[in-house]
Design a protein around this ligand. Structure first.
Ligand SMILES: NC(=O)c1ccc[n+]([C@@H]2O[C@H](COP(=O)([O-])OP(=O)(O)OC[C@H]3O[C@@H](n4cnc5c(N)ncnc54)[C@H](O)[C@@H]3O)[C@@H](O)[C@H]2O)c1
Length: 409
């Protein structure tokens, strides 16, 4: 470690004490209860002093130590007690906070989407390299038992040659989804916010995506904010529909469409020559079910058939139980804190031990690139290669976001 606080633990500052910042704190608390927290939450930072204060009070209750409260980044960069940032601000600000911190040698765990544009994400990746610091992306969905099991099914070859993955979240209303900024293009549209999670899962199962043919669009142009009785004119895409293709030649039917009364469903399935797999909704206590010519496998029988392909690490088992699901009927709060604890522990280990984080900056950027390949395909009316997004040659949709972020002039 470049900086040391003498405790052998990683001195961390939680930056962004809103909706998700509070949930990250529950991840730290789950690790602390399990005796597996290798970090000290020494500071919290938010532009909103009341949000930071509330989180400091909760942190003291849960972790037994009150973090110092800050409203500005600059002071933290020179504080030797702070060795890393857990960055949970809204995505418009990720690069402006992470890049100077990484250059100063602080390790950063950034929430997804890693940034709002490829250019902004690149400033983070470049800064990490310059500062010799670790940049990890907080991609939580893959960390629990169901997705670990699904990946093990793929690795085992049980499904034979793979042909098709179906990744659908369909149905919703015209209500604002979580927060107003998630409907404004220049602060991070919900299609990017959710699409990143889903693309990460696709690449986690099947390896790198090659291309996308589809479109992004606004299905609900006017969103109702019933918390305060107002309406909002959406400027950012809320929906994505596409056919994706992996480098290994698997086609993925992809739909994120949080709109429309009536039919509403979540579906993740994988289809191969020798079998098919149904994966339960993320962070639910459902089971992965595999059908092959020889019958149906799930639960203990599936785990036995997977053998060494499925190994849950110590942290996952401690926080989420032997199956990594939190157990039957576990509350969302428990399961969520478990997933976040696993992701935080992975980052802390990377920072302390020099190991690679499971999802690094490039992993976070690839998930964004998958979403932007879909959106760009819609604008250009042709399949778009992920590489065109990564190298910046296809960027029309992001241009006005980059202007607003001042990442291009
Ligand atoms: N992985 C998941 O399951 C998941 C779920 C929800 C949110 N998220 C991600 O977490 C991040 C935060 O989302 P949220 O819902 O908590 O947003 P939010 O709007 O509730 O909270 C953001 C907080 O950051 C603070 N902030 C903004 N700019 C800042 C700055 N420059 N310096 C310090 N503080 C600043 C705000 O005051 C606010 O308290 C987003 O990237 C979002 O995509 C991830």
């Amino acid at each position: 470690l470049k900086r040391s606080n003498g405790s052998g633990k990683l001195g961390l500052c939680l930056v962004g004490c809103g909706f998700m910042g509070q949930r990250h704190l529950q991840g730290y608390a789950a690790l602390e209860r399990a005796g597996l927290l290798r970090a000290d939450l020494v500071a919290v930072l938010d532009l909103d002093p009341s949000a930071a204060e509330r989180l400091a009070i909760e942190a003291e209750e849960l972790l037994g130590r009150r973090p110092t409260v800050h409203a500005e980044l600059a002071a933290l960069l020179d504080d030797p007690a702070v060795q890393a940032l857990d960055l949970v601000t809204d995505p418009r600000t990720h690069h402006t906070i992470a890049a100077p911190a990484l250059e100063a040698g602080l390790h950063v765990l950034s929430e997804k989407p890693l940034a709002l544009t490829v250019r902004a994400a690149r400033t983070m990746i470049d800064a990490a390299e310059k500062g010799g610091a670790i940049l990890a992306t907080a991609e939580n969905y893959r960390r629990g038992g169901a997705n670990r099991t699904a990946r093990a099914v793929v690795d085992s070859g049980m499904l034979g040659d793979l042909h098709l993955m179906v990744e659908h979240i369909v149905g919703g209303s015209d209500e604002v989804i979580i927060s107003r900024w998630r409907h404004l293009k220049e602060s991070g549209a919900i299609s990017l916010d959710m699409g990143c999670h889903l693309i990460d899962i696709v690449e986690y199962y099947l390896g790198p995506l090659a291309s996308a043919y589809g479109r992004g669009f606004i299905a609900e142009p006017i969103r109702r904010d019933s918390k305060n009785g107002t309406i909002l004119d959406a400027t950012g895409d809320d929906s994505l529909i596409a056919l994706l293709r992996t480098e290994s030649g698997v086609d993925v039917q992809f739909a994120y469409l949080p709109s429309g009364p009536g039919e509403s469903y979540v579906r993740r399935t994988l289809h191969g020559r020798a079998g098919s797999m149904i994966v339960p909704p993320d962070r639910s206590d459902g089971e992965v079910v595999v059908h092959t010519g020889e019958g149906t496998l799930q639960g203990a029988a599936l785990r036995a058939a997977l053998g060494d392909h499925l190994v849950l690490d110590e942290v996952t088992q401690a926080l989420l139980g032997p199956e990594g699901s939190g157990g039957k009927g576990a509350s969302f709060a428990t399961v969520d804190a478990g997933y976040l604890g696993v992701e935080i522990a992975d980052f802390v280990a990377a920072a302390l031990d020099g190991s690679a984080p499971e999802v690094d900056g490039m992993g976070g950027l690839r998930a964004m690139a998958g979403v932007y390949a879909i959106v760009e395909s819609g604008l250009q009316g042709r399949p778009v290669a992920i590489d065109e997004i990564l190298d910046g040659s296809a960027h029309a949709y992001q241009d006005d976001i980059d202007v607003a972020l001042e990442t291009i002039s």
